[in-house]
Design a protein around this ligand. Sequence first.
Ligand code: SF4
Ligand code: SF4
Length: 422
Amino acid sequence: MEDKQKINQSTSGLDLSVLEGFHLMAKPAGPACNLGCDYCFYREKKKFFSKDQTFRMSDEILEAYTREYIKSQPGNTVVFEWQGGEPTLAGLDFFQRALIFQKKYNAGKQINNSLQTNGTLIDAEWCAFLKKNNFLVGLSLDGPEAVHNVYRKDKKGHPTFSKVFNALKMMQEHGVEVNVLATVNRESCKYPLEIYRFFREADVQFIQFIPIVERDADTEAQQLGIPLAGPTSITHLETSLAVTPWSVEPNQYGEFLISIYNEWIAHDVGDVFVMNFEWTLGVWAGARPGMCHVSRRCGQNLIMEHNGDIYSCDHFMYPAFRLGNIMEGSLAEMVYSQKQIAFGTVKETALPVDCRCCDVLFACRGGCPKHRFAVTPDGEPGLNYLCPGLKDFFHHVQPTMEQMLALISQGNPVKKIMEMTS
Ligand code: SF4
Ligand code: SF4
């Protein structure tokens, strides 16, 4: 195992250990967005703010966030992640001011920025800015036109593919580093190879697949006045088990990943980086997980809303998971508070017996608590809704994961796996 830990955990040669310290993602425009995608889980969070909100982060909050976040990070590199809603609604000048504050407070540390966007407001000026300042961009693009347009629409219901695809091409021409974020939903899961080949042909090198799983409103959601179910309780039986019509089904999710994995392992290892596979290889190597879903515990990926409010996680932005405000208290005290520690540890301590006895627990870790509303065959709560699909995927990749690790530890190029499996 010691040898395994020395191996780089990714076929890209990148170190994917992201969880040093903690991450505090910021939302400069809060839940505001210029689109109206059917499956969005964040738009409803507007309900938690007063009606007269402008949903723009003030310079006062931005400065406090920059100062406190840099101060709180133990390493020499600090990563600022900007997300939404749609963060570009805050305007280019907001991000220019963010860089000024970063320069003021960096204390000699390396500062990196990443921006997650729907791409529809990206123009040449944005591209020049993103390139000049080395932003890593996560672009939400679900696949080819017919797939993308099913759920990703503007507020009038018009399709958005052309604008987003243009943004991708423009950013590529400017040399901006782009990572495509593609959801796996009830519709897109039917077209794994079409989607993967479309990205490959569009010269996308980094792809992340994100399962869409939302439940219909439960009593708690009705009390909060939001249309999707409230936070999952992984220790109690949930009352709302029905998922929305756009949620991917467990087996479909597994089949989707397996189809793409088969194509990737045959043709693209070392050229295309599907982050789901890179992270899997990482955990197989015994390295620190590159993704919170497959970590033992949660709690290290917090969010800060436009008004400075800090929450346990992007997927738990509910009043009960508010930890405080950046203007009010020490960031470290909020992150290492009993409340946040309890939020983080329950992922592991509440694993049902089925997970504890599962042969792929080391790779799966029960998945994201947001998805843990299913019940085991013995009636125990807290099982991941996606479990059958996750299990199929991990079992399917096991032999080739082990072969890739053997190649790496023998000093051979991981790309050799393509010859071995042909
Ligand atoms: S595959 Fe299923 S049983 Fe195994 S750890 Fe993951 S969620 Fe639990
Ligand atoms: S709740 Fe899910 S998204 Fe949030 S930190 Fe845990 S695994 Fe990650």
